[in-house]
Design a protein around this ligand. Structure first.
Ligand code: ZN
Ligand code: ZN
Ligand code: FE
Length: 762
């Protein structure tokens, strides 16, 4: 007879681990107990087949669990292990042992729960909160550790007899399912109209009422898993246009939800990998190329050839689509975050009804509280663009252990990152730090994650930009801190993901970041390590007449750039290419006058500005109503199969500069010819790819370094990303890019934390 105490660490709570252990122990005739502790799961067993037990634990653990380590030690005495008894093996009370265990991200509804949901003979038929040990809310409802019902927002719901029986029955798939609920005892859903003309659709059944409002072209705000969504029928152009008007969101694409992959395929091209991602329990929004002749109204995603699609992930989502006839109520619904412009997603009934009453005609509300808000995640091909629901709070392994630190991130697309032992724990998407609400969301999430993971950071890192809100916040803390240059942090984020420590060739292309010389950078070629970097090359800066205004209206940058590159021939070029007519001679002259005044015309080497300017010159769009709009539209216009590129010069300055003046002249000639815009767009993209790969190869020859890191928002551009990776790999270099973290400023916090952590180790 062997007696063992086994400690299992990893993602072992909220994934059906204890029930699995229970059944395994019983099948092997072992006596003992299993308990959740704040540090993992502790199992005590006694019996002949203890060795088999550990082996099968390793091999057969539940699909959603991740085992990091199994430690076992022999136990003397009978402590905790009953000698005999009818049960022999039991689930013991949870214990707080001071350790921590990863909290599980929210999981989409599983197939079994879905079939019960739609089965008229099941007692949970059409129950909007059905879930089990394999599925349902986790991170968003967890208030503390260990993961038990009392540490979730389900604590206030008393299970009915039937639910309680399932919860206690080891043979049941809801054995210890902490969010277990049914029609009798679970959260309630209700319908609330704020627009009188939709009151007629209130049928008594909340889902039916909401469906009727949507069918009538109305807008419904619904409380979801991580916050509110605002929905309308995506195939109804008037409804989508109305939503745009009310949300004050002229052009930024809306995400769309469709009932299944086949429906998505009617509108978009879906690879097998895309389908797998959409069906995974993370259920992100996946960016897909529109099918030629896509029949969805242009208003859903104007001016771009990508659509963000996701599948339903809560029972309530499925109920909105479900019709007993088998034909879904809708083919697709717009599902956009329920927030006010620039503010974080709303998550409680009171503030949502107050805040969204001017946008929504009706509300679908419920009384299961969202403790932590998490937006939908966004994925493109094999990398994330927004890392939130379904991903957070998963940790990123950092190899060896190190001190606990905090990277506070950047001001745009903010996330923060905590480190603890050998892990980095990035927060969900927080947003743009331009208002008090977002700053509060930052602080509230920091409180929650530090307490869930029991991290006490010993130092913090922040961006070198003195004007960032995050910088000012960091400076007001009592913790010691360091500032990290923006593009150095971008590069370090990839080093963290790839486990690199030695110097790399770091290429960071983005919109803007504060440079070490006080100017705005954004097309940086660095030789970087974790202790510092050297800036060896960048693109020649472009003039921004009027500063911020020029970023919102990049045609102004274009005008000043044409003047700078073409000199006295500028107006002639503008005329030949239609630029003069498009933006108006008078306005252009005003801009050129401003451009001549240094104090009103800062310069920026941000690569984003280059894309913006070219989009304006080609005539795709001269304004940005949301970040990277012009650049996204420019990428959308590329025609495949073009290999030519425009000439550019690399000047031996300190640091080297890549000057695209010659490219601009050739591009203007093309437009005047006229060469079609999609070909010009492709040639321009090829020019950037060629410049980037040329410089990288040059730096490799100069330094002998083989590891090339690419980061920054420009690498969300799939055309550029794939070609840069392909060509540098073909040249024998090892290319690393962000995959787990977005290429955009969301990765800054990870880079900051990684740099600071290494610094403290030395
Ligand atoms: Zn389930
Ligand atoms: Zn119940
Ligand atoms: Fe950046």
């Amino acid at each position: 007879m062997t007696r063992l105490r086994i400690k299992v660490r990893g993602r072992v709570q909220g994934v059906g681990f204890r029930p699995f252990v229970f059944n395994l122990a019983r099948s092997l005739n072992l006596r003992g107990c299993v308990r959740n502790t704040s540090g993992g799961v502790v199992i005590e067993i006694a019996g002949q087949r203890a060795g088999d037990f550990i082996e099968r634990l390793r091999k057969e653990h539940p699909a959603r669990s991740v085992i990091e380590s199994i430690e076992s030690e022999p136990v003397t005495g009978a402590e905790g292990i009953p000698e005999r008894g009818p049960e022999g093996f039991r689930i013991a009370d949870s214990e707080d042992d001071g350790g921590t265990t990863p909290v599980v991200p929210d999981l989409s509804i599983c197939d079994e729960c879905l079939s019960e949901l739609l089965d008229p003979s099941n007692r949970r038929h059409l129950h909007p909160f059905i879930n089990c040990t394999d599925c349902g809310p986790r991170y968003s409802i967890t208030t503390g550790l260990p993961y038990d019902r009392r540490n979730t927002t389900m604590a206030g719901f008393r299970m009915c007899n039937e639910c309680g029986r399932e919860y206690r029955d080891p043979e049941d798939r809801r054995f210890h399912a902490q969010a277990n609920a049914c029609h009798c005892c679970g959260p309630r859903l209700w319908f609330h109209t704020v627009n009188r003309s939709f009151r007629q659709y209130d049928s008594g059944d909340p889902v039916t009422s909401a469906v009727k409002v949507l069918k009538a072209g109305g807008i419904v705000a619904l409380k979801g898993l991580g916050g509110f969504h605002i929905a309308c029928d995506a195939e109804d152009p008037d409804a989508v246009a109305l939503l745009r008007k009310r949300k004050q969101r002229p052009r930024k694409p809306f995400a769309v939800m469709a009932p299944d992959v086949d429906t998505v395929r009617r509108f978009c091209l879906v690879t097998e990998d895309d389908a797998g991602l959409m069906l995974s329990h993370r259920r992100p929004i996946v960016l897909l190329k529109k099918r030629p002749g896509c029949r969805l109204p242009e208003e859903v995603a104007p001016g771009v050839d990508l659509l963000g699609f996701m599948l339903p992930y809560t029972p309530l989502h499925y109920l909105l689509f479900y019709h007993p006839s088998g034909k879904p109520n809708f083919r697709c619904l717009v599902m956009t975050s329920g927030n006010l412009p620039g503010e974080p997603i709303l998550h409680d009934n009171g503030t949502a009804v107050e805040g969204l009453s001017d946008i929504a005609d009706a509300f679908l509300l419920h009384d299961r509280e969202i403790f932590t808000r998490v937006d939908d995640s966004v994925v493109r091909a094999d990398f994330v663009i927004r890392r939130s629901r379904g991903y957070v709070p998963d940790a990123i392994p950092l190899g060896e252990t190190g001190p606990a630190v905090l990277g506070v991130g950047a001001d745009l697309k903010n996330t923060f990152t905590l480190t603890r032992e050998n892990l980095a724990i990035p927060s969900q998407h927080i947003g743009d730090m331009e208002n008090l609400e977002t700053m509060q969301f930052f602080e509230e999430t920091l409180d929650k994650l530090t307490s869930l993971y029991r991290v006490r950071p010993v130092a913090l890192a922040y961006d070198a930009h003195p004007g960032y809100h995050t910088t000012r916040w960091a400076e007001a803390q009592s913790l010691e801190g360091i500032s990290v240059q923006h593009h150095h942090a971008h590069v370090a984020s990839v080093m963290a993901e790839a486990g690199l420590k030695a110097d790399v060739i770091g290429i960071a292309l983005d919109g803007s970041g504060y440079g070490s010389d006080g100017t705005i950078w954004g097309s940086e070629f660095l030789v970087a390590g974790l202790r510092g970097f050297e800036r060896l090359c960048s693109f020649r800066s472009l003039p921004l007449p009027g500063g911020e205004t020029a970023i919102r209206e990049p045609w102004r940058i274009a005008a000043a750039w044409i003047r700078e590159a073409a000199g006295g021939d500028a107006l002639q070029y503008m005329e030949k290419t239609g630029f003069l007519e498009r933006y108006g001679e008078e306005r252009i002259n005003e801009v050129l006058q401003v451009a001549a005044l240094r104090e009103f015309t800062p310069r920026s080497s941000g690569a984003g500005r280059l894309f913006d300017a070219v989009a304006a010159i080609i005539g795709i769009t001269g304004t940005n109503t949301y970040e990277a709009e012009a650049a996204t539209a420019l990428e959308s216009r590329i025609v495949e199969g073009v290999s030519e590129y425009y000439p550019f010069e690399t000047r031996p300055t300190e640091p080297m500069t890549v000057d695209f003046s010659a490219a601009l002249a050739a591009l203007l000639e093309d437009i005047a010819s006229p060469i079609p815009a999609p070909v010009v767009s492709a040639r321009f993209h090829n020019t950037v790819v060629t410049a980037v790969t040329d410089v990288a190869k040059r730096l490799h020859r100069l330094t002998g370094i083989r590891d090339v890191v690419i980061s920054g928002g420009v690498f969300q551009n799939l055309y550029i990303r794939q070609r840069v990776v392909g060509r540098l790999t073909a040249a024998g270099l090892r290319v690393h890019c962000n995959r787990l973290m977005p290429p955009n400023d969301a990765n800054i916090s990870l880079g900051q934390a990684y740099i600071l952590r290494e610094m403290l180790k030395q």
